[in-house]
Design a binder for this molecule. Structure first.
Ligand code: HEM
Ligand code: HEM
Length: 461
């Protein structure tokens, strides 16, 4: 029964397909949110389209459904390939897939009907926190057992990142979602915001970042056909990430009355983030030195290359906006939304897409149906994300500037209407890129030319 769930790489393929699907759905919900911010009456107050319901649907679907699913799919192929073995259990991989998608699906179904725990990034109801945790635990068992059965002694840095991510996030998620309080998923008062932002920033720092970095470390040496520049540097970046990222969540609460020592640590360590970020980017770019044309020519490599460039932009902006003096201008406005998109979509989303297109032929045994469509996807999403970043940053500075000068909110809002309109229009490019990608994915499975998969034994490590 269900013989397909035993097929090699079938669980990885399911996660990749899930990611491509949720990208299209999640981005579309972004458009609903953007329309609400341009014309609040557009949806005639239909409950399922009000901003407070579509926004969390958008955010959770793109984070857990699109990017994380896609990168888990990549990891499920990359870990066995690097360890010259098979995934320990395809069936357990499918168990992870079903449980994970039960949680993701609870967003678009439950949130529009008002079923939410109402804390940013922690909206899933308790039952779906449980399914997500079970999916993660199954994933950990699968990866650890794959490592235990490996035929390659050395653990390439991508494996470190993937196994690390699964373990870290399964510790951070229950804490941030306050899972021991099933009915509310919350702590009382200010303490709740400390828990929430410990989790919120680790969601991007210990889930999206290490998954994307692990995938980039796999793709870049492979496309450039060059060994990694430095294994030592790769481990410096890995451990510095764990040491520094874990406790910088306080930089989201600099304007709140949390203890000063917590703010100080978060600001100092935000600045120190140049160590892991510098180590990763130097290592990847020095690996690609003199061969960036190979990355540019391959649309998958191009997506990963630009993902690393956006990582640089994100991580220059991040420490700067962690300074309390800067936040007086940038907090509570669209500046942060600009950062969120260049970080989550520009960095981790681009790397996820590039890595997905890179591994897909090996995973499904078919050549990509149309490399032109991958290039088109790249072009569309580039226009969208660069436009988003510029428009939202300018809108944020207008808002921040007027509030700083004592202007009331209702007088500053009309000033940003043109930027909100531009954001909604630019969003159409991102949505188009998602649907183009989904069509290409389906056509690859149905009509792709046969591809001789790189035998696991020959995969580079
Ligand atoms: C699929 C790629 C996308 C990703 C990964 C993404 C990610 C995010 C994230 C992480 C947030 C939360 C930001 C924060 O709280 O600071 C957010 C909010 C938002 N996104 Fe996206 N987004 C994507 C596409 C889009 C598209 C295509 C649109 C519009 C057409 C859009 C419109 C919005 C809006 C309106 C918000 C709420 C902003 C606010 O609260 O002021 N997003 N998105
Ligand atoms: C050097 C690394 C980074 C630093 C120091 C940093 C710093 C910050 C700060 C200070 C904020 C809050 C701004 C405010 O509310 O005024 C923020 C927000 C955010 N960051 Fe970063 N960031 C970094 C990297 C990243 C990365 C790599 C990602 C995603 C992969 C990311 C995703 C986000 C998101 C989604 C938000 C919006 C949170 C919200 O809903 O308010 N950041 N970041």
């Amino acid at each position: 029964m269900l013989a397909f769930t035993k097929k090699t790489n079938s669980a990885a393929l399911a996660f990749l397909g899930g990611g491509a699907f949720w990208f299209a759905i999640g981005a579309t919900y972004g458009l609903f949110s953007a329309i609400d911010l341009v014309a609040p009456d557009f949806f005639q107050n239909i409950a399922v389209f009000v901003f407070g319901r579509v926004r969390p649907t958008h955010v959770n679907t793109v984070i857990y459904g699109f990017i994380t699913s896609m990168l888990i799919g990549c990891a499920m192929y990359m870990v066995p390939a690097l360890l010259k073995t098979r995934l320990w259990s395809e069936r357990l991989g499918w168990v992870s897939f079903v449980l994970w998608n039960a949680s993701v699906l609870s967003g678009p179904i439950g949130f529009p009907m008002g079923y939410t725990q109402g804390r940013e990034y922690a909206e899933y109801l308790w039952a779906f926190d449980v399914t997500l945790m079970l999916a993660l635990l199954a994933l950990i068992v699968n990866i650890v057992m794959t490592i235990a059965h490996r035929r390659e002694n050395s653990l390439y840095v991508s494996v470190w990142y993937f196994v690390g991510t699964a373990i870290w996030i399964s510790a951070v998620y229950p804490l941030g979602n306050v899972m021991w309080h099933p009915s509310t998923g919350a702590m009382p008062g200010l303490l709740d915001s400390i828990y929430l932002w410990f989790y919120g920033h680790n969601l991007v720092g210990l889930l999206l970042t290490p998954l994307a970095v692990g995938a980039a470390y796999f793709v870049v040496p492979r496309i450039t056909k060059t060994p990694l520049f430095s294994h030592t540097l790769s481990l410096v970046g890995f451990w510095a990430l764990v040491v520094l990222y874990t406790h910088i969540g306080g930089h989201h609460l600099l304007q709140a009355p949390i203890p000063n020592w917590l703010k100080t640590i978060s600001v100092v360590d935000s600045l120190m983030m140049f160590i892991p970020v510098g180590a990763v980017l130097a290592n990847i770019w020095l690996t690609a030195r003199g061969k960036t044309s190979l990355l540019w020519k391959d649309p998958a490599g191009r997506l990963v290359l630009f993902g690393t460039l956006f990582y640089l932009v994100t991580c220059i902006q991040g420490p700067v906006q962690s300074l309390p003096s800067v936040q007086r201008l940038t907090h509570f406005n669209n500046w942060v939304i600009g950062h969120a998109h260049i970080a989550v979509l520009g960095f981790s989303g681009f790397v996820a897409l590039g890595a997905m297109w890179h591994v897909l032929p090996d995973v499904c045994g078919k050549k990509i149906w149309s490399q032109r469509l991958v290039s088109l996807q790249f072009g569309l999403v580039m226009i969208g994300i660069v436009g988003f970043f510029v428009v939202l940053t300018v809108a944020g500075l207008i808002q921040g500037g007027s509030w700083y000068n004592g202007e009331t909110v209702y007088r500053s809002l009309p000033l940003i209407t043109p930027y909100m309109v531009m954001r909604a229009l630019l969003g159409l490019f991102i949505i188009a890129s998602a649907w183009v990608g989904l069509v290409n994915f389906i056509m690859t499975l149905r009509h792709g030319q046969p591809h001789i998969s790189t035998p696991i034994e020959e995969a580079p490590s």
